[in-house]
Design a protein around this ligand. Structure first.
Ligand code: CA
Length: 255
């Protein structure tokens, strides 16, 4: 059974909602000050006054994923380091252990470099030492949310997919059947070209022009060699390719 938490007591909402923040802080005054500042900015704030409650709210129980017990999803967690029951470091570690990439801003009364490093090591995205001004806090929250949303938008949208091959142009990375493969820069660029134009037939000369450039002095057999290497990395059976196909008399196509 989900833990019984009366969200009504802790939930505040404004008309403009810039995101839902979970604030885990045991000091009442700080909790209220931060809540007020965030609400003024247009954030929805859910508070937890200790680590255990924070954990319940992020849904860190065995059968649940990123949703909280009430089906709430958070955009940002502000986490105090020293908390009753479950401290901020453990909470952060547990959230990350679940594969949850939600931005986490850690707060601490201690200001040593070690705290900061440990905080970032367990997966916090940013770290703020008490006492801090509310404008500083808001600026950090904004930056974290912006960065996170940006990365969320970029990765899935720009990836090129074909069956079980995924190419991430910005990261210069390719996965095949879920496993990352190593490609040379030329192989990567050939595959990127093919995947950007599925089923289009490319002649060897066109591929040389696009990948090696017009000044390339070598032989068009170079293309065949690279296609063979790519097949060895992509295809289940390179002698019977399913992705990189030969179009007799013309060249190659993908898919
Ligand atoms: Ca505290």
């Amino acid at each position: 059974m989900p833990p019984t938490i009366t969200l009504e007591e802790t939930k505040f909402q404004q008309e403009v909602n810039l995101g839902r923040v979970l604030l885990v802080e045991d000091e009442e005054l700080i909790r209220e000050t931060i809540t007020f500042a965030l609400m003024e900015e247009g954030y929805e704030v859910i508070v937890a006054e200790d680590g255990r409650k924070g954990l319940e709210l992020v849904g860190k129980s065995p059968s649940r994923d990123l949703l909280s017990s009430d089906g709430l999803q958070f955009d940002l967690i502000i986490l105090d380091l020293m908390l009753p029951y479950v401290n901020g470091l453990d909470l952060c570690r547990l959230v990350r252990h679940e594969g949850n990439s939600i931005p986490i801003l850690m707060l601490s009364a201690k200001g040593t470099e070690t705290d900061r490093v440990v905080g970032l090591e367990v997966g916090a995205d940013d770290y703020l030492t008490k006492p801090f001004g509310m404008r500083e806090l808001i600026a950090r929250c904004r930056a974290l949310l912006r960065r996170h949303r940006h990365s969320q938008l970029q990765t899935p949208d720009s990836a090129l997919r074909f069956h079980d091959i995924v190419l991430y142009p910005q990261e210069c990375r390719v996965t095949v059947r879920g496993e990352e493969i190593n490609l040379s820069p030329k192989e990567f660029r050939i595959l990127e070209l093919f995947m950007s134009h599925p089923r289009r037939v490319w002649s060897r000369d066109q591929l040389i022009e696009r990948i090696w450039g017009p000044d390339f002095m070598g032989d068009s057999k170079t293309v065949d060699v690279h296609i063979r290497w790519l097949r060895e990395k992509l295809e289940l059976d390179p002698s019977r390719p399913e992705y990189l196909l030969t179009v007799r008399g013309f060249g190659y196509r993908f898919g």
